[in-house]
Design a binder for this molecule. Structure first.
Ligand code: SF4
Length: 675
């Protein structure tokens, strides 16, 4: 690493998908302070996590040596011993049960280069059982946007929001999950754009909105179809766009008949007059953009809900132009990149399907081996079926992050073999047979791809602690032990192979990634990148209307479990808290898990703010602190999922979307009792 005492190291924030550029100042091998890069797309801004919470790198709990389980205890071991053991156990499981008995979880926190090597390892071992946390956040976007457009990703760069007259934000608590981007939304709402927020909770953006629609959780398809019903009724659809760039319009029109404003009001709780106003604002805007996040995707009907949003954008021609688009906001720093790299069971690097002979053949020639053309298991399937007997988890913590987590923990504990590669001894790592100590993003080189498809450099600022190694180096050492050729000297060399494997990255090279990054698709060395998608045509040709209908969530409140639980995040913490909960300042701000309960419900239950309460679902119970607030509607409770000791996912329902296999984190039934 470049240990620079006076000159900062320019790198990318290791937290959220905004991918802020930052200058890291180092002294004596430790991070001393951090500044937002004025010439980055974040224009010098950072949120509290990026600015103040990189000290996890020097935390005494960092893993500094490989660990091997002996007599039930994880004890220190050398790299050779640990890697030999990993290789021999994985090969033994494959020998006895076949390659489909192996399961791999890649990581949205690791670099593109590391995810590429990880899925290469899995596929060269004969299985496509490789997935990662996109399964839990935007798997439904991946399925839906491919069906509607032919590709699934944000259509517009974040800065292009300045061109939008109307900004429709739904199912996204942007202020807490993408803080720097939310500052842009707020500024535009103050100055020139009309902000419409659709969310069951009073999120940070609602007080900046011209219009806030508050649907009951799980009723999104009804209000989206209702918007389109009004648009058609009033002749506000974009006939020219529909005629020249779409197909399936008549089927959509027929499906929208029942979604009158009166029906939508009764189904969702949104007043008919507000629905009509939102429809006119969106359809009449010169340019309107949709921003959405997991409030839309984490449902059993997540794929259909994203399809409904795509229908809305196509109906009004609000896509493929500056200020007009549909933009899933990706949660973790590199969830876009880990998908691009093929960290998914059905697609190869660059989204060629594993069952497509041409795409598979290209990878077989590149890697000089034969590969399986059977789509692999998703992460949710790996935990739901006994087929997988050994797992390799790189930089993920499913023991806290997945739905119905007690079941997931039991599966992990019951595996024949579990290897976990991470920077801390996470709840998942504690269940492992072998733990491999990895470098953090501040200790290695590579690239991340942010939520608007911007490939940006990651640079080492400080040395790895102890014997920890970058994930790509670990894979480099492990691959040959498993018979998989690796032999890379630098992540830049891996990127050159990625450019051959993934046509959308064909022109991406470290020498070309300047301060503003390089946005895919970038097919060749002369291509400038493609910040705005679908200008002339869609990857599938015409955009496809796919009618969808309102559905009821898998588990609704009843007499035994009368409250509706929704889970999500808070600004101060990140994912399962492994990094942010090592920071003193953030822990002071948000030290523990709080359940948001409406004051009317609290009064009835005789609960006061700050009191400990038991929240129970059919799957388990946790104890949390009550926070009385009208951010939630009566009958609803909101709990963030960052806290392992009060894991919201003990409660959540693993019922999932049939197409995308994403669990329904946003709706399940719970009971609340004073402790
Ligand atoms: Fe990091 Fe996201 Fe905060 Fe930017 S907004 S500093 S990328 S956590």
């Amino acid at each position: 690493p470049r240990l620079c005492e006076t000159r900062p190291v320019r790198t990318t924030c290791p937290y959220c998908g905004v991918g802020c550029q930052m200058d890291v100042y180092v002294q004596g091998g430790r991070i001393r302070h951090v500044r937002g890069a004025e010439d980055g797309h974040n224009e010098g801004s950072l949120c509290v996590k990026g600015r103040f919470a990189l000290d996890f790198t020097a935390h005494p709990d960092r893993l500094t040596t490989p660990l091997i389980r002996r007599d039930g205890e994880l004890v220190p071991a050398g790299w050779d011993e640990a890697l030999d053991l990993v290789a021999s156990r994985l090969l033994a499981v494959r020998e006895e049960h076949g390659p489909q008995a192996l399961g791999f979880l890649a990581s949205a926190r690791c670099t593109n280069e590391e995810n590429y090597l990880f899925q290469k390892l899995a596929r060269c071992l004969g299985t496509n059982n490789v997935d990662h946390c996109a399964r839990l956040c935007h798997a439904s976007s991946l399925v839906a946007l491919v069906r509607a457009f032919g590709s699934a990703s944000a259509t517009n760069p974040m800065a292009d929001l300045d061109n939008a007259e109307v900004i429709l934000v739904t199912g996204s608590n942007t202020t807490e999950t993408h803080p720097v981007f939310s500052s842009r939304i707020k500024r535009l709402a103050r100055t020139k754009a009309t902000l419409v927020v659709v969310d069951p909770r009073a999120v940070g953006l609602t007080r900046h909105a011209s219009l806030w629609l508050r649907p009951r959780p799980g009723t999104d398809i009804a209000w989206i179809n209702g918007l389109m019903h009004v648009i058609l009724r009033e002749g506000l659809e974009n006939r020219a766009f529909i005629g020249s760039r779409t197909e399936g319009f008549e089927e959509l029109r027929a499906a929208l008949g029942p979604y009158t404003p009166e029906y939508v009001q009764s189904a969702t709780g949104i007043p008919a007059v507000d629905l009509e106003r939102a429809a006119r604002l969106y359809a009449r805007a010169g340019a309107a953009t949709i921003l959405y996040c997991m409030g839309i995707t984490q449902h059993t009907c997540g794929t259909d809900t994203v399809l409904a949003l795509a229908n809305l954008a196509l109906l009004c021609g609000q896509v493929g132009r500056p200020g007009a688009g549909i933009n899933p906001l990706r949660g973790q720093n590199n969830v876009q990149g880990s998908c691009d790299m093929g960290g998914l069971p059905g697609v190869l690097p660059g989204y060629g399907r594993v069952d497509d002979d041409a795409a598979l053949g290209r990878m077989e020639s590149l890697w000089k081996t034969s590969l399986s053309k059977n789509p692999g298991l998703t992460a949710t399937e790996m935990f739901a079926t006994p087929q997988v007997r050994a797992m390799y988890v790189m930089g993920e913590n499913p023991a806290v992050s997945d739905a119905d987590v007690s079941h997931v923990q039991a599966r992990l504990a019951g595996l024949d073999f579990l290897v976990v590669q991470d920077i801390f001894l996470t709840e998942t790592a504690r269940l492992a047979d072998v733990v491999l100590p990895a470098a953090s993003a501040l200790e290695k080189d590579g690239t991340f791809t942010n939520t608007d498809r911007r490939v940006q450099r990651v640079r080492a600022a400080v040395p790895c602690p102890g014997q920890a190694l970058p994930d790509w180096r670990i894979l480099n050492l492990l691959g040959p032990r498993l018979g998989v050729s690796m032999g890379y000297d630098h992540p830049g060399e891996i990127m050159r192979e990625i450019a051959l494997a993934a046509p959308i990255y064909g022109g991406i090279d470290y020498r070309r990634i300047k301060r503003e990054g390089l946005v895919w698709p970038c097919p060749d060395a002369a291509h400038p990148g493609t910040p705005l998608l679908h200008r002339e045509t869609f990857p599938r040709g015409r955009g496809r209307f796919v009618p969808t209908h309102a559905q009821v969530p898998a588990e609704m409140p009843d007499a035994d479990y009368p409250f509706l639980l929704s889970t999500g995040r808070v600004l101060e913490h990140y994912h399962t808290g492994t990094m942010t909960r090592k920071n003193e300042g953030l822990n002071r701000l948000v030290p523990a898990c709080q359940a948001e309960i409406h004051p009317e419900d609290a009064k009835r239950l005789q609960i006061v703010s700050g009191q400990q309460v038991r929240v129970a679902s059919r799957r388990g119970e946790i104890t949390v602190t009550a926070l009385l607030t009208d951010r939630v509607a009566p009958g609803m409770v909101f709990i963030p999922f960052h806290f392992a000791e009060a894991a919201a996912n003990v409660l959540t329902n693993s019922a999932h979307d049939a197409a995308a296999r994403i669990p329904e984190f946003k709706v399940c039934a719970v009971r609340i009792e004073p402790e």
